[in-house]
Design a protein. Structure first.
Length: 275
């Protein structure tokens, strides 16, 4: 069944994540005529794509024939306070405002909007650009079941979706899945560097690292087994993998401790950005 929204959809921000969402919606069958995009500085290829699809593109949306059913905020967190006042006048009593700005709380967004506005805070990640993202979302008390369902459908167009009831969990979500792709990319980077240090040609080391991380991720995605079981299945007692894991899983300074510290640092920064 094609993706549908009961009314129009206003997308504020057509950068990397905004464009990824838009691409997912269009692929899911959302009618271009229902979409309005506000983006003052679109990249040339994005402008061309929107024009080719017949999607309205404006540097600033001053008015609409009627309030949008959904307003998606895909602008950078640091410009949110500048952009929201202009958008707030477009919000109607039936509009749900969905923000994907990292670290911005529901309260900080609602402060710019009409009283009792329905607000959803969502945290997608960059694999959404290839339809393999995961988003965690939370709504305030004014979000109706129908509005939550609409947001869920829009987010599922680019991957999996999970909902939480406690907004306080969003800092940890940001640290794990929002920032997580960078950790995986860094793993591939480090693996390639280690391969080159072990004597492989740099190009081959990069190819091996890239394919290994991508393949292992796909195996994890398709398998019904958890990550720990898959790891044990690769590890023969006393073998080469076991020797490497003794280093990676060392009690002090190993990967478990490093990852806990990394996630804690990202979550702490998320809390700081919300202030």
């Amino acid at each position: 069944m094609p993706l549908q929204v009961d009314g129009s959809l206003l997308l504020a921000g057509a950068g990397n994540m905004g464009h990824a969402l838009l691409a997912g919606w269009l692929q899911g069958g959302l009618e271009p005529r229902r979409i309005v995009v506000q983006e003052p500085t679109p990249l040339p290829h994005i402008r061309q794509e929107l024009e080719a699809r017949g999607i309205q593109l404006h540097a600033e949306v001053a008015s609409l024939p009627e309030p949008p059913a959904v307003l998606v905020l895909a602008v950078k967190p640091q410009v949110m306070d500048e952009v929201l006042p202009g958008l707030a006048r477009l919000v109607g009593s039936g509009t749900v405002v969905m923000s994907i700005a990292a670290g911005r709380s529901i309260a900080s967004i609602a402060a710019h909007l009409p009283e009792q506005a329905a607000v959803v805070r969502a945290m997608p990640n960059t694999p959404a650009s290839v339809g393999r993202g995961i988003t965690v979302a939370v709504g305030n008390a004014h979000v109706t079941a129908a509005q939550r369902d609409a947001c869920d459908r829009l987010l599922r167009a680019v991957g999996e979706v999970a909902w939480v009831d406690d907004e306080g969990l969003m800092d940890a979500v940001t640290a794990v899945s929002g920032s997580g792709p960078a950790y995986v990319f860094h793993l591939a980077e480090c693996l390639a560097e280690a391969g080159a240090a072990a004597g492989l040609a740099p190009a081959l080391a990069q190819r091996l690292a890239r394919a290994t991380v991508a393949g292992a991720g796909e195996l994890l995605h398709r398998s019904l087994l958890d990550a720990a079981t898959l790891r044990r299945n690769v590890t023969s007692p006393g073998g080469t993998t076991a020797a490497a894991l003794e280093v990676l899983m060392a009690g002090s300074g190993g990967m478990p401790e490093l990852m806990r510290n990394a996630v804690a640092a990202a979550a702490s920064r998320s809390r700081e950005l919300a202030k």
